[in-house]
Design a protein around this ligand. Sequence first.
Ligand code: SAH
Ligand code: SF4
Ligand code: F3S
Length: 497
Amino acid sequence: MFNNMDNKSDINNISIEALKNINLDDVNLDMPVPDTEPGRQYYFMGKCKQLVKNISDEIGRPLRYYIKTFGCQMNARDSEKLTAILECLGYEEAEEGACDFILYNTCTVRENANQKVYGRLGHLKSQKRDNPYMIIGLCGCMMQEAHVVEKICKSYPFVDLIFGTHNIFKFAELLYYRLQSGNQIVDIWENTDQIVEELPSRRKFPFKAGVNIMYGCNNFCSYCIVPYVRGRERSREPKAILREIEHLVEDGVVEIMLLGQNVNSYGNGLCEPINFAELLKEVDKIDGLQRIRFMTSHPKDLSDELISVMANSKKVCRHFHLPLQSGSSRLLKSMNRKYTKEQYIGLVEKLREAMPDLSITTDIIVGYPGETEDDFLETMDVVRRVKYDSAYTFIYSRRSGTPAADMEQVPEDIVKDRFDRLLTLVNEISKKRTGRLEGKTAEVLVENVNAHDCSMVTGRLDNNILVHFKGSKNDIGTFKNVYLKKAMGFYYLGEVR
Ligand code: SAH
Ligand code: SF4
Ligand code: F3S
């Protein structure tokens, strides 16, 4: 459509719907660079596609890419967008060792996430020596830290492309400059208020999808780096969210996960007032959508309205992830979490009262600065009382720039001992909780063929627990009624009924 001379200068005005159906070969690359998004990126995708084709013709094979994603669902979702752009450009997916473009989408929430990236970068140097067309890219949360970018430029100068979380939508443009000039490209934005809608995206699963409802975080929990690397909270317009989900459902999606660092504060700052419970009610009305999940809920903003919308919905899954972080009210205050142990337990009681079959999971940090044995015992007490279906337990990791980094740290051996005790308790309770459905029949959404036994498939219960049972790849994306014959700790072995 863009090779039509009449439309030549119109790429900025073209409707978003039309942009989605663009054939990049039709983009008029002779016109001036568009200055509004997402038209500008489609223009650069067209430009990149030409360059990629030239290189492919020269070497007699398609160019190959590999994306490694670290961290949370936010990064996973971003990687789906990056993947789609690369595929639009003509890149084909390949193994890490056999690619011409490798991109690490990084996480910096704990130090071990950073170490993994440095470790891998060390190995890439020789791969690059053997392949003159090889491009190495780094993006994501780690890149938002100035000291990280400085270290990479100094110690790993062979990295070609570095960008951050705020300008991820500019990927095609940045890659174009790299391909065209051969220079190292570094583009990091400190913050943004921009949300660029309607870029291409490729889902990992045909039947389920993550949908961002907001970006960033305003909570500044004292231990956490996320607000510094993801910027201020920005909610997407409800219309854009609902339209995205409707399109996904038309395309075969039956389960969606609404994503945000704190979905409970969704809607702040939008022109027309709306809160998360109201958004959820609208999402619930979408025909054809069968399961709705969301992540993450900050306890301080969990409303009665949300509990009631959830309890009255047949689509919202009976699973609630409610991060505790610590059971000690003293530490919770120092963490800037804005709730006490009692308030947290009160919320759990309300949730269980409204939905007795609800699975509750959590995140817990051990060894936060100043944690005493008594503080730790308070955490153990909450774990015993709430009886989590599962819990992600983390050893506190000092993140420079956060308030907790300057507080007195707990000695490593003490933290390790507490961590082991907590993990033992969490696992013991979680096994018992998982087992409670043994002998019942429940609906399972089949996700994939079992990696170890291809006569088996693996699916997920509404409450997020995995079930393995006989089946084939034709079952993927369908719902089955499965008899939960045997609880195996954290999953079930079942039989289709
Ligand atoms: N927005 C989500 C959490 C995102 S980070 C929420 O508020 O729950 C995921 C988890 O990583 C957090 O819940 C916390 O348990 C853990 N985490 C964050 N910073 C950490 C740090 N410095 N050390 C150890 N664990 C941390
Ligand atoms: Fe981090 Fe707290 Fe924001 Fe979650 S709510 S991302 S833990 S600052
Ligand atoms: Fe990590 Fe960034 Fe998510 S720091 S946990 S990938 S928001």
